[in-house]
Design a binder for this molecule. Structure first.
Ligand code: CR1
Length: 839
């Protein structure tokens, strides 16, 4: 190692160059330097993970100047910032994305190669931060990428869960949950900022007092206090200097608070409270939509909201003499109702701490907040038992009562003598047990309320938020979701990125509408053949991965039919299975049937307590076991359940898909965002008129989309007449054959009990109308098979899908939030001081 030592000890570059230089040689040296000084290893004894860490620090160094400059700029007096409050940020691995956004992927690839390593392998070493469940958390991450790429001053606030979403193992076909210890080997992307810690009250009581000026005030005497410590991660934009902050809070015991107890000799008592405080942000609740009213979850919500608002106020007061202009310098977005307690907390901080009168405080609050709703499922609407809420957050409950009283007074004027309106609008649900309804608090406290796709925003106004819409129609708007093309195309699908860029240049990467230009090549046979070639290569990669992971050999020339998302009855993975069994039966009866071979690929986690979702996983794996091993089929059908679906796996799967399954019951999926990632990567969609599918179909053209199923009004219609699923079973012979095959234990080694709960649910309840949509789905799948047989036609459709996906960039979504909700402007970041030449 002497030569290495010599090169480290005698560098002919300055320290600054070593930490900012972007040329291959400097990067190569910096990685070795970090390997030595941070990981404490020589190359000869370093693990892959050591090299990953050394490279991650090398990249972080190159981000820091942009980051610090952005943070400084965002503090300025005249700069309005967005604060995105979210209990989840499913950011995915940072390394690859930062290389893309810094625009140094090639140099780093070369530098790593020269050290005898492979960049992709190092990228794959990164443990992904699974700080979210699904679409809602991933959307927050796409939005951070777009905020930075559009140079919007912004900060994401959330919770630094010690354990993220569980790792899913599949044992004997069942899901098994394993703790996600994502921090165990260290996180090079975050920087702790203990100097910016804040205190959060819980429990206790409130007390009225008169201040020095004779004013009536209230103070909160808490039972215990928890300390929040911020951990910051830079979020760099694409080829810009803006690097915003993702600030996640970790809880710790407030030592001084229990000092007295400690001094009295109650050492264990004091340490016990430490354990209690640190449990607060231990683990992410693994439920995607229906959240249960667990007290610890309410603690998490209040904890991060309280920390974040104090943090905003502190930074505001650095440059401003009062909070009078708080709403002019901050736009706070509530990502669903999880942070909705912020409405009451900002009022508390303004009134109790900063001594504002109620009315001006309320003006500031309402002007500051916007609320995004992400679901219509009634079981997902958050409500907290009044007893829990009042015990944990006594002062906030008082404030909520005050907000509610004043609000209901206005309602009474607008709708006199309308008791049912009053009770549906009230923040307090008084039906039987009393609850605090978080959606009501969010609606009352925000100046804008939006859904996440056109259909969803319309349904909000017609259904769950109908009475709020009648009261303040001007608050309601829509922002259709989007996804970042940086992660979901450039990083995950380099081959297609390259092909597209060869044809139309690279402006599409941050101006996604420019993909339109691909339309001019749709009739070019050689382009179509290149297009197919790319898809083929990506499918081969996935086929290798599948074989390695689950030992199933799949044919890369078969149609890759993919459904990856959380397992949920409304998403109807089991409808997909009914189609698979239908094909199986057809092929068994008619081995000469002319249909293209298909590989069905599933991935997704079930909430650990969700019985039916776990059975659906067992259904998929059981059907797979039989079909994959049936020699009669001659490998024409394969069924794969990929364990542990997450962002990293999504990056492998979307590019390799031919067909995207978006088959939720109409009116149930608020938007969907996987649907966009598939289509952007050239998969065709089979789907219902639900969520953003409606707009995707509008954009790509009805002729390039496989539509099936009841519409939302038809679903309502069927239900209103007393839906009788059994009727479909009785009248549809093929469907009957499918359900009977499951019932008789054919897929469960003769065990008739195992999968019967699914069949019974469909026959006697079928709340998501699988049986009603079955035939339409099968018919549409036949069209898919026909289209796939004609590869030239399929390629045309695929190219047109990609060419017309411009609307679904999260850059477009964020631009709409900026213009219509936040009223914020971009601020370009100038790099000052040292190493201008590398900037
Ligand atoms: C919705 O189910 C949507 C994402 C992001 C989910 C999905 O359709 O794409 O939000 N909702 O907007 C959710 O997680 C708590 O609600």
């Amino acid at each position: 190692h002497l030569s290495l030592m010599a090169s480290i000890l005698n560098p002919n570059v300055t320290i600054e160059d070593d930490r900012t230089g972007l040329d291959i040689e400097t990067i190569r040296r910096a990685v070795l330097d970090n390997l030595f000084y941070i990981q404490g290893k020589f190359p000869a004894i370093a693990t892959k993970h050591d090299f990953y860490m050394a490279l991650a620090y090398t990249v972080r160094d190159r981000l820091l100047q942009r980051w610090l400059n952005s943070v400084q700029t965002n503090l300025k007096k005249d700069v309005k910032s967005v604060a995105y409050l979210s209990a989840e940020f499913l950011v995915g691995p940072h390394l690859g994305n930062n290389l893309i956004n810094l625009d140094i992927y090639q140099q780093v690839e070369q530098a790593i190669k020269e050290s005898g390593l492979n960049l992709q392998e190092l990228i794959d070493t990164e443990e992904e931060p699974g700080l979210g469940n699904g679409g809602l958390g991933r959307l927050a991450a796409c939005y951070l990428d777009s905020l930075s790429s559009l140079e919007i001053p912004a900060i994401g606030y959330g919770i630094r869960y010690e354990f993220g979403i569980f790792d899913q193992h599949i044992q004997d076909g069942w899901q098994v949950e394993i703790t996600d210890k994502w921090l165990q080997y260290g996180n090079p992307w975050e920087i702790a900022r203990p100097e910016s810690s804040v205190m959060v009250n819980f429990g206790g009581r409130t007390e009225a007092y008169t201040d020095d000026h004779g004013a009536f005030r209230v103070r909160w005497i808490p039972e215990y206090v928890v300390k929040g410590i911020p951990y910051d991660t830079p979020i760099l934009g694409y080829k810009v200097n803006t690097a915003n902050t993702l600030r996640l809070w970790r809880s710790e015991a407030c030592e001084s608070f229990n000092f007295e107890r400690f001094n009295q000799g109650d050492y264990y008592g004091a340490v016990d409270s430490k354990v209690h405080s640190e449990n607060l942000c231990k683990v992410l609740y693994p439920n995607d939509e229906p959240i249960q009213g667990k007290e610890l979850r309410l603690q998490q919500q209040y904890f991060f909201v309280c920390c974040s608002l104090q943090d905003m106020i502190r930074t505001h007061l650095i440059e401003n003499s009062s909070l009078d202009n708080f709403d002019q310098l901050w736009a706070i977005q509530l990502n669903d109702t999880h942070p909705a307690v912020a409405v009451a907390e900002l009022m508390r901080l303004l009134v109790d701490v900063h001594h504002y009168e109620w009315e001006p405080a309320w003006q500031i609050t309402e002007n500051t907040f916007g609320y995004t709703n992400h679901t219509l499922l009634p079981e997902a609407l958050e409500k907290w038992p009044l007893s829990i809420f009042g015990r944990l957050l006594p002062r906030l409950l008082e404030i909520i009562y005050e907000i509610n009283n004043r609000f209901l007074e206005r309602v009474r004027i607008k709708f006199p003598d309308n008791g049912s309106k009053m009770s549906s609008l009230s923040i307090i649900d008084e039906s039987d047990d009393k609850y605090v309804r978080m959606a009501n608090l969010a609606c009352i406290g925000s100046h804008r309320i939006n859904g996440v796709a056109q259909l969803h925003s319309e349904l909000l106004k017609e259904t769950i938020l109908h009475d709020f819409y009648a009261l303040f129609p001007e608050k309601f708007t829509n922002v259709t979701n989007g996804v970042t093309p940086r992660r979901w195309m450039v990083l995950s699908n380099p081959r297609l990125t390259e092909l597209i860029t060869q044809k139309i240049g690279n402006r599409w990467i941050n101006h996604l509408d420019e993909l339109k230009q691909l339309e001019q090549f749709v009739d070019d046979a050689s382009f179509r053949s290149q297009w197919r070639q790319v898809k083929q290569e990506v499918k081969q990669d996935l086929a290798k991965y599948i074989e390695k992971k689950v030992g199933i050999v799949v044919n890369p020339a078969s149609l890759f039919d993919v459904q990856v998302k959380r397992i949920h009855e409304y998403k109807r993975q089991h409808l997909n299975v009914l189609h698979i069994i239908t094909l199986y039966n057809r092929l068994k009866h008619n081995p000469n049937l002319d249909i293209p071979p298909r590989t069905f690929i599933f991935g997704g986690k079930a909430a650990p307590g969700y019985f039916m979702a776990k059975r659906i996983i067992k259904l998929i794996t059981s059907v797979g076991d039989v079909i994959n091993n049936d020699p009669d089929l001659k490998d024409r059908l394969k069924v794969v359940f990929l364990p542990d679906y997450n962002v990293t796996l999504g990056q492998r799967v979307y590019p390799a898909a031919d067909l995207s399954e978006q088959i939720s019951t109409a009116g149930k999926e608020a938007s969907g965002t996987g649907n966009m990632k598939f289509s952007l990567n050239g998969a065709l969609t089979i789907g219902t008129l639900d969520g953003a599918n409606v707009e995707i179909r509008e954009e790509v053209g009805a002729e390039n989309f496989f539509l099936f199923g009841l519409t939302t009004p038809q679903v309502a219609e069927v239900k209103s007449h007393g839906y009788y699923p059994r009727g479909h079973y009785d009248s549809n012979e093929e469907l009957r054959g499918v359900l009977d095959l499951i019932s008789c234990g054919f897929f469960s080694r003769g065990n008739r009990e195992l999968l019967q709960p699914i069949v019974d649910n469909l026959l006697y309840d079928d709340p998501y109308l699988l049986l009603a949509d079955y035939q339409s789905y099968i018919n549409s799948q036949e069209e898919v098979s026909e289209a796939y047989k004609d590869q030239e036609r399929w390629s045309r459709m695929s190219i047109l899908n990609v060419a017309r996906m411009g609307k679904f960039s999260s850059d477009r979504s964020i631009q709409e939030y900026c213009d219509n909700i936040w009223k914020v402007q971009p601020v370009s970041i100038k790099l000052q001081a040292y190493n201008q030449e590398n900037a």
